[in-house]
Design a protein around this ligand. Structure first.
Ligand SMILES: Nc1ncnc2c1ncn2[C@@H]1O[C@H](COP(=O)(O)OP(=O)(O)OP(=O)(O)O)[C@@H](O)[C@H]1O
Ligand SMILES: [Mg+2]
Length: 209
């Protein structure tokens, strides 16, 4: 369950939106569309507890404290953040998970074939070489990371923007299966990626309500 009530947000002095309200029920799948720069990624970061609103209330699964909220939410950011660690550590982010779960999320995120070509496999270090990864490889690691965390609420920000058509179809299908019993907010410029979603909302319609 996600509830934003009359939320306003500014970066320094630049106000991005005022009085934005959004209610998403448990297990609901909601798409959000809107022109570039209107604040969609900012909205997801607010829901994820990464930013604080300048006004208004945010409640996610009964929590209002950003640190507690961020534990309950999995996010695939528009620009994936990889850390100087191995592929495995970038997926598990310091948590212990059963090997089968890690294998499964690599399979679902279409990473297994590529990992199989690396001499050190999933233990390949992505230190200074993280910028040698393709955008699509980085994005698929971020998707595997979000699936591995297995939070009830999944926030997706253009999660397949760097993938080719074949990988896009496979990852969207995997996300569809994976989120059957989850709450999803998915931001995209590609409404065809939101097939089967319960609601598709325009960012402008959330503001000033
Ligand atoms: N860290 C930041 N500091 C200052 N301004 C920012 C920051 N991040 C984003 N902005 C500004 O906030 C506005 C909204 O950005 P945001 O990334 O949320 O848009 P968006 O709707 O996700 O766009 P796109 O569809 O291109 O991804 C833009 O004008 C952007 O320039
Ligand atoms: Mg964005």
């Amino acid at each position: 369950m996600i509830r934003l009530e009359k939320v306003s947000f500014s970066y320094d002095k630049q106000e991005i939106f005022r009085d934005l309200s959004l209610h998403v029920e448990k297990n609901e799948k909601v798409g959000i569309v809107g022109e570039s720069g209107c604040g969609k990624s900012t909205l997801l970061k607010l829901i994820a507890g990464l930013y604080l609103p300048s006004e208004g209330k945010i409640c996610v699964d009964g929590e209002t404290d950003p640190a507690r909220i961020s534990r309950k939410v999995s996010v695939v950011m528009q620009a994936p953040m990889l850390l100087p660690m191995t592929i495995m550590e970038n997926i598990t982010m310091g948590h212990e998970y059963p090997a089968e779960r890690i294998d499964r999320v690599c399979e679902e995120a279409q990473l297994s074939k590529w990992i199989g070509t690396l001499s050190e496999g999933i233990n390949t270090y992505l230190g200074d070489r993280s910028d040698e990864l393709s955008g699509g490889q980085a994005q698929r690691i971020a998707i595997a990371r979000a699936m591995c965390k297995d939070a009830q609420i999944i926030l997706l920000d253009e999660p397949t923007s760097a993938l080719d058509a074949e990988n896009t179809a496979a990852v969207l299908e995997a996300l569809r299966r994976y989120t059957v019993d989850k709450t999803v907010v998915h931001v995209t410029h590609r409404p065809e990626h939101l097939k089967g979603y319960d609601r598709i909302l325009k960012m402008e319609d959330l503001i000033g309500k």
